[in-house]
Design a binder for this molecule. Structure first.
Ligand code: EPU
Length: 416
């Protein structure tokens, strides 16, 4: 297992092109199984999660081949409806496959995805919606057995706008007879990405990006070529890194509108940010000001996936910040590691109070999860002395060539 060794203190300067979005591309892989034809997904990031999703698709009988930045998926010879336990455990997003495997093969068997490092993460919203569409579900011995031989579109009202449940229902209802509506749907940009992709395959979905989505079922899906949207969380992480280190960067190929909540917070705290259609330019000199209060919320609120990187920034901001994590119950695993680096943080329930200090100190620490791990890298970039971060496989699940990109911007970071 690799480690990052970071000597902190460099400012960041230069340009980077943002990778395709992990959270947008994983449901596209599931959607590709709706057709026997060839689907080509362009701007597909090369990440551990994407590699694991490819392995699961292959285990179902699909051909999956990567050529540079594109992945070709052909689901002509699907021969299994069972998502293997070992692989499902590696990748929580394998749960999306339930919707598309059911739409295509009318039955599916999947191991119950257990709790994970950031929260309990139940799937009750997915399963309740599937039942409303007529899926018969049995839960036995840690497996979920589903039969969708008699599914029919239906009106579905979510109690909470779950991203994964919205995507799963879009996938399943696209192949159900009749009309499905989802009210209180998630509005994340990844949902719009999935709508555009499925419509290019022949689905009839409208409303993504609003809380009300309409899906008219069809049996005719065709192959397509589709370009994955840029990764707003990765772009946001590099913006926060620059706010932590100081410097001047330009992010090419981002969608600034997807980062509105972050850009507004960073601007208020003293970062100079300019945006045009697809690029974000940022200039930071000196320590930024603390944040009064930041609460994570479903989109378009402040994203939970940027809470950990923002915590690092609050650690070195001028003044005291307060951060409230509303989405996941245990998404503060980076905080004990930041405290080892000298951060002044106290946590009561879901509220972290962070008193900014001039600079963190290098330490030997471990990444506990994906975004928390990225936050520790940002802390190492700021810290005086050397920081060694272990368990970086968590970080590589979501950031392509993180060390190389940061080094190209001037950071002193190597992977060993
Ligand atoms: N929830 C339930 N029941 C459900 C589904 C969700 O109680 O059936 C709860 C969850 O436990 C959580 C909250 O609702 O407390 C939000 O969950 P949601 O379903 O919206 O999230 P997700 O689909 O599991 C996706 C991203 C996450 C991101 C969240 C929120 C993917 C593959 N994952 O997860 O990304 O944090 O939306 O925006 O799209 C990451 O990239 O690091 C990551 C964790």
């Amino acid at each position: 297992m690799g480690k990052y060794i970071i000597n902190g203190g460099s400012t960041l300067h230069g340009q980077l092109v943002v990778q395709g979005s992990k959270n947008a591309v994983l449901p596209l892989f599931a959607g590709a199984l709706l057709t026997e034809d060839e689907v080509v997904i362009q701007n597909c990031p090369d990440l551990l999660d994407v590699q694991n999703m490819s392995r699961i698709l292959r285990s179902l009988g699909a051909d999956v081949e990567r050529h540079g930045n594109s992945v070709k998926i052909v689901g002509k010879h699907l021969n299994s409806h069972e998502i293997p336990v070992g692989l499902a455990k590696e990748l929580r997003s394998s749960i999306f496959l339930l919707g598309s495997v059911l739409a295509r093969m009318k039955k599916a068997k999947v191991a119950y995805p257990g709790g994970c490092d950031i929260g309990i993460r139940p799937i009750n919203i997915h399963l309740d919606a599937f039942r409303e569409l007529g899926v018969r579900i049995e839960e036995r011995y840690g497996y979920i057995f589903c039969d969708a031989s008699e599914i029919q579109g239906a009106p579905i009202a979510f109690d909470y706008p779950s991203v994964g449940a919205t995507e799963n229902v879009m996938l399943l209802a696209s192949g159900a007879k009749g009309m499905t509506t989802i009210s209180n749907a998630a509005r994340e940009p990844e949902i719009e990405g999935l709508q555009d992709f499925l419509n290019a395959m022949g689905a009839r979905i409208s409303g993504a990006g609003t809380p009300f989505i309409t899906i008219e079922g069809t049996e005719h899906f065709k192959g397509t070529q589709y370009t994955t949207i840029p990764d707003r969380i990765v772009a946001g992480t590099y913006l926060i890194a620059t706010a932590v280190c100081g410097g001047e960067i330009e992010i090419i190929g981002a969608k600034p509108a997807h980062l509105h909540s972050l850009i507004s917070k960073l601007t208020k705290s003293g970062c100079k940010i300019l945006v045009d259609n697809d690029n974000i330019y940022m200039n930071v000199s000196g320590r930024v000001a603390a944040f009064d209060k930041i609460e994570t919320q479903p989109y378009p609120g402040f994203p939970t996936d940027l809470q950990a990187p923002l915590c690092t920034l609050a650690c070195v901001a001028r003044g005291t910040s307060s951060i409230i994590e509303n989405i996941f119950e245990t998404r503060y695993k980076h905080i004990p590691e930041l405290i080892k680096m000298g951060a002044r943080i106290s946590v009561i329930d879901r509220v972290a109070t962070i008193r900014g200090i001039e600079r963190l100190s290098g330490a030997e620490i471990a990444a506990m999860d994906l975004r928390g791990g990225a936050a520790l890298v940002l802390a190492g970039l700021n810290a005086k002395g050397t920081t060694i971060i272990s368990d970086i496989h968590h970080i590589e699940r979501g950031y392509q060539n993180f060390d190389g990109t940061l080094a190209a911007l001037g950071a002193d970071i190597i992977k060993v």
